[in-house]
Ligand binder design. Structure first.
Ligand code: MRU
Length: 355
């Protein structure tokens, strides 16, 4: 993605350092976070310095490669035991986004198959880099397939941030939107603010603003009104994990947008690479849902007089619940925009062989 006069990826690896755009500082500060070891990389995922399913996947793969490179010695059995611990540390950061497990699984398999430590270290870096590059390519294809679904003069609603910041680059839900804008389709985007962490108003709005794509941020509760008033033509969201039957976990609040879209006869699309599909989950009820700290609901953070401030908005004594994702049943999903084309939820199982 272009920031100022430079191109950036959301996350990348240089030598044994994992570098990433420091997302909690956006939209008010643009800084690069440099992770020096796999423990810092795991913390960066957990604390959402990097977030969004494909970005988390690539970061997990880079974290594995980073840890492999930092191993000292030639004893392969010791190396394998160490890497198993690395895998578990990175895997315990966030439970819902399937790409984390998918991407790390690819690196782990190569490491296990390599007979020597040196070879395992080289192959880990190579596989992680390949994974990140393929992820960018898949998002580009999702953009091309998805763009065809967007008519001229459309109002598009999106939830959370499924843009370049949520991926290695380019985005999933925002990729078709970017291309439609480049093709002069005269589009406008409704950006759900996405409480409690406000990925919509902080990150999606920042990306759209950078590319001068016309948009308005709306309160999460406003989407129904705009749908009813026929001011939403299509909904496109991302996904964190898709079950074999097409049930889709995405940012909390996605489910209610899907129900409202059906009620108002508006097409509802999920944009996601096939790496998001967990064929071990038969349906949405098998998908683990992350519950985050209640503080995220009780407080809000923002930028005041050149500084980040956090303020409590709830009564001191009020407890809160903070599920980070919900599951949209497949019956509400018009289609899933993948790198292989736009699929009906019921067609997903056919693609299992590509995994
Ligand atoms: O908690 P987050 O910010 O990691 O959640 C992100 C989302 O829900 C995205 O919509 C999803 O990961 C798809 S990203 C292309």
């Amino acid at each position: 993605m272009r920031v100022g006069d430079k191109e950036f990826r959301t996350v990348w690896m240089e030598h044994d350092l994992v570098k990433m755009i420091h997302q909690p500082l956006l939209p008010h500060q643009f800084k690069i976070y440099v992770s020096k070891n796999y423990q810092e990389t795991a913390n960066a995922i957990k604390n959402m310095v990097v977030r969004g399913a494909p970005a988390i996947g690539a970061t997990g793969a880079f974290g594995m490669a980073q840890a492999a490179l930092q191993f000292r010695g030639t004893d392969k059995a010791k190396f394998d035991a160490y890497m198993e611990n690395v895998y578990q540390t990175l895997a315990s950061t966030r439970p819902t986004a399937y790409e984390l497990f998918h991407a790390m699984g690819i690196v782990r398999k190569e490491i296990r198959n390599a007979p020597l430590v040196k070879e395992a270290q080289q192959t880990a870096v190579q596989k992680a880099q390949e994974y990140a590059n393929e992820s960018v390519e898949n998002c580009r294809k999702i953009g091309e397939f998805g763009e065809r679904l967007i008519r001229k003069n459309s109002n598009i609603l999106t939830h959370c941030n499924a843009g370049a910041l949520a991926c290695v680059d380019y985005g999933t839900a925002l990729a078709p939107i970017r291309i439609a804008h480049q093709n002069n389709k005269n589009i406008h985007v409704w950006v759900d603010e996405t409480r409690p962490r406000n990925q919509g108003s902080k990150l999606t709005a920042w990306e759209l603003q950078n590319e001068r794509i016309p948009h308005h941020i709306i309160a999460d509760n406003a989407a129904g009104l705009f749908m009813q008033k026929k001011e939403v033509d299509i909904v496109i969201v991302g996904a964190d994990r898709i079950a074999t039957n097409g049930d889709t976990a995405n940012k909390i609040g996605t489910y209610e947008k899907a129900v409202l879209a059906k009620e108002n006869k508006i097409p509802f699309y999920v944009a996601a690479p096939l790496a998001t599909v967990d064929f071990n989950c038969k349906s949405g009820s098998d998908i683990p849902i992350e519950e985050r700290n209640a503080m995220e609901v009780q407080h809000m953070s923002g930028w005041n007089e050149g500084k980040w401030v956090r303020v409590r908005i709830a009564p001191e004594e009020s407890p809160a619940r903070n599920p980070a994702f919900d599951v949209t049943p497949a019956r509400y999903i018009t289609g899933i925009i993948t790198e292989k084309g736009v699929l009906k939820p019921s067609q997903l199982k056919k693609w299992n062989r590509f995994k």
